[in-house]
Design a protein around this ligand. Structure first.
Ligand SMILES: Nc1nc2c(c(=O)[nH]1)N[C@H]1C(S)=C(S)[C@@H](COP(=O)(O)O)O[C@H]1N2
Ligand SMILES: [Mo]
Length: 519
């Protein structure tokens, strides 16, 4: 007995490994099964999304601030480390009793299943991948824990027995990792083979707009090296959403339901939308999480059908003051009804810069509304519009501490020089952008150190809904450390506020200021 305990201690490392190996089998098999069955939400994605949903706003903000668009990679790494630690603990529990370890796995799988069911558009059939993965995970754990335990039992020839048992255990572990790799490979192959959304997108020819927008005039682009372009190329356009895996929607399966407080409810199909009188509009989209000077803002030419016209067909009832738009993956946004019925060009968009929407920007259909932050207006993969009242319904971010309404705060930014740049003496060229969607930018001023405010050169305005580039030359740049501050004035003569505010709950404010040095 005495000897057996000592031996078990020596082999204790095998149990956490057994736990981790069975977790690898559980997750990779569940993932492969979900891809195979084409379920609405795979267990891994469901788990990640549930965690995102429960992430407090300040943490979401911190993650976006620290990792920008890599916030999902950060989540993935944190999640993997946590899962590995948890799996190792479960493995250790089997050293005490196999039944205890197996019960823990079942308990954790029930949580996983619950997170799958909590996603929108899932049903009990979506549990099959989790169940298949769990069964194989339990099998792996039983097998490997058994091998680990046998190593602890004393025999007449301890030496030889130990070597074979170790070899067996390592082979068993390697086998389960190989099974996991095979499952990952199968998942990838199935995905590539079945990517209907991507192939539908490539095959889609965008219909021409009925009302074509004028191309940006020559003067809309100031060509300052280092400053952002007037039109943001699609591949450089910032991406913010709660979707861990980009929704894959075949346009032929897409439809939009317009219902709620309306005289006439109806459903729109993609082909019907293609046949409508589409318009083009340049609009600068902005994220509420954008810090002062940040880059969660981009400008594109959108092609779509005016939401104003669509709502006119549904005829909102008196008393309605909000449209709750919901995406295929369960995100929702509350948009004031008046912003969708007044004269601004709010669109149900299918095109971005002359192409069908990229999958990650909402293919096949999204909303864009001039003057409102994305979280209350720019629903990607939109499938449902409910005309309702603010007092009756709350949107995704409203229930997580953000304001129910989110008009964009006017802002200005220095793109070049970069913060802490070291520049040669002589001439310093400053460049940047400023935006005040729906109102327009009338003036941008810059201040070097604590000098006077000086007006900068402004690019030609294309529309009040787009940003305007600006340019300024400091001709007698003196050696030493300097700071530059920028501020704008909108077309109503209002000056951008100096008062700083954090992004939560309704957008950042304050003047963008940076430091640089001249040699
Ligand atoms: N379905 C869905 N749509 C969404 C979001 C989301 O999380 N899910 N995020 C919104 C937010 S916060 C912003 S800022 C914009 C960003 O759009 P983009 O990724 O195309 O730049 O999308 C909006 N639409
Ligand atoms: Mo956003």
């Amino acid at each position: 007995m005495e000897q057996q305990q000592r031996k078990s201690k020596r082999h204790i490392w095998r149990y956490p490994i057994a736990g981790i190996c069975s977790a690898i089998v559980l997750f990779t098999i569940a993932q492969a099964a979900s891809t195979f069955f084409g379920t609405a939400s795979s267990p891994l994605v469901a788990l990640g999304s549930t965690i995102i949903d429960f992430t407090p706003p300040w943490l979401k903000d911190l993650a976006i601030g620290l990792f920008g668009t890599n916030d999902k990679l950060f989540l993935f790494i944190t999640l993997s480390i946590t899962a590995a630690l948890l799996a190792a603990t479960v493995g250790l529990a089997t050293a005490r009793s196999l039944a205890l370890g197996l019960s823990l796995v079942i308990g954790l799988s029930v949580l996983l299943g619950a997170s799958v069911l909590s996603r929108s558009a899932t049903n009990f059939l979506d549990l099959i991948p989790t169940i298949v993965g769990t069964i194989l995970g339990l099998g792996t754990l039983t097998l490997l824990a058994g091998m680990a335990t046998r190593a602890g039992v004393p025999t007449v020839h301890p030496q030889s027995e130990n070597t074979t048992s170790r070899r067996k255990f390592l082979l068993g572990s390697a086998g389960s990792v190989a099974l996991g790799l095979l499952a990952v490979g199968t998942t990838q192959a199935l995905r590539t083979f079945r990517n209907t959304a991507e192939s539908a997108r490539s095959a889609l020819g965008l219909p021409p707009a009925k009302v074509k927008v004028q191309a940006p005039p020559q003067g809309a682009e100031l060509d300052v090296p280092g400053a952002s372009r007037f039109v943001t190329p699609n591949q450089d356009f910032y991406r913010i959403d709660t979707a861990l895996s980009v929704p894959q929607i075949d346009p032929q399966d897409w439809s939009l339901k317009i219902h709620g407080m309306v005289e006439k409810e109806f459903t729109l199909t993609f082909n019907e939308l293609l046949d409508m009188d589409l318009v083009e509009h340049y609009l600068t989209l902005t994220c509420v999480s954008n810090p002062v000077g940040g880059d969660l803002v981009g400008n594109a030419k959108w092609l779509g059908y005016p939401l104003r016209e669509l709502l006119a067909q549904a005829k909102p009832l008196p008393g309605a003051d909000m449209v709750l738009s919901t995406s295929f993956d369960g995100f929702s946004a509350s948009t004031p009804l008046e912003t969708l019925t007044d004269s601004r060009e709010a669109l149900l968009a299918i095109g971005m810069n002359g192409e069908p929407l990229p999958l990650e920007h909402g293919f096949p259909v999204r909303m864009v509304v001039p003057g409102l932050y994305g979280y209350v207006s720019a629903t990607k993969w939109v499938v449902d519009l409910e005309v309702t009242r603010f007092q009756d319904k709350a949107a995704y971010w409203t229930t997580r501490g953000w304001s129910e309404r989110g008009p964009i705060k006017m802002s200005s930014r220095i793109d070049t020089p970069r913060s802490f740049a070291k520049l040669p003496a002589g001439k310093v060229v400053f460049g940047g952008t400023a935006w005040a969607q729906t109102t327009g930018v009338s003036k941008v001023e810059i201040r070097i150190d604590s000098g006077p405010w000086q007006e900068v050169e402004l690019a030609t305005e294309l529309s009040v809904d787009t940003w305007r580039q600006w340019r300024f030359e400091w001709t007698e740049a003196t050696a030493g450390n300097h700071s530059a501050t920028v501020r704008m004035t909108n077309a109503h003569g209002q000056l951008q506020t100096e008062e700083t505010a954090a992004p939560v709950p309704n957008g950042s404010s304050g003047w963008h200021r940076l430091q640089f040095s001249v040699e």
